[in-house]
Design a protein around this ligand. Structure first.
Ligand code: COI
Length: 410
């Protein structure tokens, strides 16, 4: 794999990101969710045709943006982007019954969906999520990063939860359509990216514990900046021994919604103590490192990179897999193995990977009242800086993508 990057030059640590109240965008037009139903229908009807003589200001704008790919941008304070929900224009919906065939997906204005209170997802957590990113290049085109991998991972998770899933082609097409329909929300180059959230839910009503009779696939998007409130500054992790994220034979290795509900309590406790997030240990020995609430973990010791082996309780992250590939192509030895908490505490560098967190250096880990700090030496963070630079260069289209990880939308 050929990589021409500025690897090794280090992170550019920007000013702190923001995760507070979402800054309110000054829209160039009315938001679809604010339209009267008749307007919304009108807008959807005219989207594909561009031939209606009674267009609203909104629909004219969206028709232009959607059909011609005009790189119009929302008038928005992009510098204030953090990782918080900002409603965009459109979402994608596709349903199927228990026959397992998804058909007739469509873009609809972003907004609430109607669910029966007996929906399987509400009662029994039959749901999956995915996360991927789109970046705007200088030439106005948009790059998706490895969408096929998300589609495949959703299919594996769906199989585990007895859900039918969209085909890889349907998934990727839905993602493309949703991103293009919301193109004006893709942040300008260097200001962030568009986070894409596909979901698959058991939307059909059922009383007993069983697979739902109907499923809905949804894709919505949101412009985002950095995940952690201090941007790319090294994060502080608190090791959790009481709660576990996953157990052998459970669902830790799929992206099911319940995996995230179960981490918020420990996460809140860690944040109250001033930490950025929680580091989980295995549930059998309380000794082996697993992952952080929403990302995978890596360590570097004597220039060897290691990350916990995927044994069924750890999410097979797409960023994790990509970073392993990049590290190997840069000549690093990479080991997927069991890592004890003591080994992690003795590492030269530690970093986390994930779609949301990208590649975040870890500044400290606290374990049983002992706080170990990383990055004190002169060589601090060199490996993670090199990997971050190489990874984001591909994601953002700054280097030639000779391995075909990115998908360009024009
Ligand atoms: C992602 O990295 O995309 C995730 O799904 C994590 C998310 C729960 C914030």
């Amino acid at each position: 794999m050929e990589l021409r990057t500025s690897a090794g030059r280090g992170f550019a640590f920007p000013a702190s990101g923001s995760r507070g109240t979402a800054p309110s965008p000054r829209l160039l037009s009315r938001h679809p969710a604010d339209l009267e139903p008749i307007d919304a229908v009108h807008c959807l009807l005219i989207l594909p045709t561009r031939s209606c003589c009674r267009r609203s200001r909104f629909s004219t704008l969206m028709t232009t943006a959607y059909n011609t790919g005009t790189p119009d941008l929302v008038d928005f304070n992009w510098d204030a982007l953090g990782f918080q929900l900002i409603p965009t224009d459109f979402m994608y919906l596709m349903r199927c019954s228990s026959d397992g065939v998804f058909t007739k997906g469509e873009l609809v204005p972003y907004g609430p969906i109607e669910l029966n209170p007996a929906a399987a997802v509400l009662n029994y957590g039959q749901g999956l999520l995915e996360g991927l990113r789109a970046h705007r290049k200088e030439d106005g085109s948009i790059l998706l990063f490895r969408p096929h991998e998300n589609a495949l991972r959703m299919r594996i998770g769906a199989d585990r939860l007895c859900m039918p899933a969209p085909s890889v082609e349907q998934f990727v097409e839905a993602v493309k359509l949703t991103v293009l329909a919301n193109k004006r929300w893709v942040p300008p180059t260097g200001k962030g990216s568009l986070y894409i959230r596909p979901q698959l839910i058991g939307s059909g009503a059922i009383l007993g514990v069983a697979p739902a009779p109907q499923y809905t696939f949804i894709v919505f998007v949101c412009p985002v900046g950095h995940y952690f409130k201090d941007g790319l500054s090294p994060i502080s992790l608190l090791t959790e021994e009481e709660y576990h994220r996953a157990a052998p034979g459970g669902t830790g290795d799929i992206k099911t919604i319940g995996n995230y509900a179960s981490v918020v309590s420990a996460q809140r406790r860690a944040k109250e103590k001033g930490h950025s997030d929680v580091l989980y240990l295995d549930s059998v020995h309380n000794k082996f490192v697993e992952e952080v609430s929403s990302c995978n973990i890596f360590m570097v010791k004597d220039n060897v990179i290691s990350t916990p082996l995927l044994t069924g309780t750890i999410l097979p992250g797409i960023t994790r897999k990509s970073v392993i590939g990049i590290a190997q192509s840069l000549g690093f030895q990479v080991e997927e193995c069991n890592i004890t908490i003591d080994e992690l505490l003795g590492a030269d560098e530690v970093f986390c990977t994930g779609t949301a967190v990208v590649l975040s250096p870890v500044g400290s880990i606290t374990y049983r009242e002992r706080k170990v700090e990383y990055g004190k030496s002169q060589e601090a963070g060199v490996v993670s800086q090199q990997l971050y630079a190489a990874f984001t260069a591909i994601q953002k289209g700054l280097v030639e993508d000779s391995i075909g990880w990115t998908l360009q939308l024009n």
